[in-house]
Ligand binder design. Sequence first.
Ligand SMILES: [Zn+2]
Length: 639
Amino acid sequence: MAAYPSSARISSVSLKNKVLQTPCFIFPTSKGTIPHLTPDNINHNEVPVVYFGLEDSLDLLEKSPILNADGEIDKWVAGTPSQSILIAPRRSSPLPSVSAGPHHIQVLTSSGLRKLTNEVYVKAITKLRPEIAIPLNDNPSNAPGVKRKPKMIERSVTWTDELLTVLQNKQLTEKVKVFFPIPNVEAPFLNPLIERFRENDYQQNISGLACYGNLQSIPSELSIYPKLFLRPLLTPLAILQSIHQGADIVMADLVNQASDAGIVFTFSFPPPVEDLQNRKLELAWDMWHNRFATDLSSLQPGCNCNICQSYSRAYVHHLLQTRELVGWIMVQQHNIHVFHNFFCGIRDSIAAGSFLEDTERFERIYAPNFPRTTGLGPRKRGYQMDLTDVQPIENKPNWVQLKTETDDDKTSHMIQKKENAQEFQEPELPERDTTVGNFADTYAAQSENKSGSELEEDLLAELDEIDDSAYRENRMQSLKEEFERVSAAKEKGHMQYLTVESEREVMDLTTSSKRVVIHFFHPDFRRCKIMDSHLEKISKSHWETKFIRIEAANAPFLALKLGLKVLPVVLCYVDASLVSKLVGFADLGNNDDFDTPVLEFWLLKWAAIEKIKENIPQGKKSIMGFKDTKNESEDSDLD
Ligand SMILES: [Zn+2]
């Protein structure tokens, strides 16, 4: 068993009116709201701090009277005075956004992409006065270039300094604790921070570190500060490992994810003493599962939460099956209680000096992951709702009975296709050299006008410039493979934006390529034409994906099944499964003027394309649609 090099420790963080014992967790919320719960059914000892990403309500905040009145955070968020709030610029698991400048970052608000300047952010912090604030920081969601990395550090310092100055002038440094944002960059880039942290103002006014990257990159000189680890941790073991790596506070994203799925926690720490014969204990149970339909025991034997005291598994199973929202409330309350006890156990175990041993035993006796949910979650929430849980219609509409035989054939055909989807999948391709991919993109673009042999000549000419013969050989092989991939994709009808006429064709196409993007359009809708123009551009350079369009009127069955009411709608299929649905321009900033990369990002998020391509033709506009305000120092790793 691999031992963890442990930096686990017990410590505390003093806030305005409470002391946080660490290791502990912070709960992600939407403007202070803990999913499924109202403030009166939360045990505030169990959730002492909630996380609030300002981007969630930035545009509303700017319009509200809050910025002109002092100390009204209780009115602004759904919390209680006993619950401390952490404000950060972005959500805990933000959607991609890449660009930033010397005075702003780009964020995704409830009404689309916006610039958040440090001036507005500092103003919001001084008005809302959260107990913990993470200063504005530049943390692009894709890997930053080498030039960007030192700038990310400089910006963290500049923006933190600006916030500290204002907090000092307003005598708020005791009320608002500042956690310095450490960007996701490698250790050498962080070295300049060591000097900065030796200075008086940082020693006095920085209360912790907000770590967006690897904990082990953080200079040991800064190890005295409490570390809030902001990467999502999806299993209890991942949490234990991050604590061994020095995390003092972690984000509790996994609690919401489990509760949404109707999964109830059954793990504890320290773990039970083993008496298992080659069997692993389950971390959680899927309460949707029929095995609980008549099970009258409590959710978790031995749990003393309010729910386990009074209700059975069969009851919670029934509530989920009948979509009674109280079912999710119960699951969330139990899960928060278990999660809170998990951290109490971690602190006791560290204090007793047995944390390493207990972690190893936890890893040995528990299953590595949560069970897969078999049920349906509650409706998606939040301003940035992703419309992925497109569910089949439960009650058949009456008119189905009036349909012709042919239509029924289509239905059964589609179901059959889905079941056999495996047969049609493209083989997984090995990891590729990204520069080779770029070459292939160029060839893909040129192959519009050139024949295969011409392209191969170009390829060989390109390779002649490389000296190292072994490398050349290797690279030639990769390039040829890549080139064949492009040609094969072309043969399958990729790299063009195809209009199909029948639903049957749509269904066939979703299973014949690994990635398929379908636009349901109306010929007279202006926004459908806008969508067409972007998809047309994207289809030319993303040879890994098939792009098609169908007039919605020609797809009545799909339109009903998928609940299409507003057009345009774009669906993404990966491995023959629907992974996402874009309705109108909701996820593109609700703006008719959006630039192609905004749509490209959305497709990337759902893995409907492999990566962002750099050769998509752009107008005069800047990359994210701020045509008039782009300045020379705007950083985007797409530029
Ligand atoms: Zn319980």
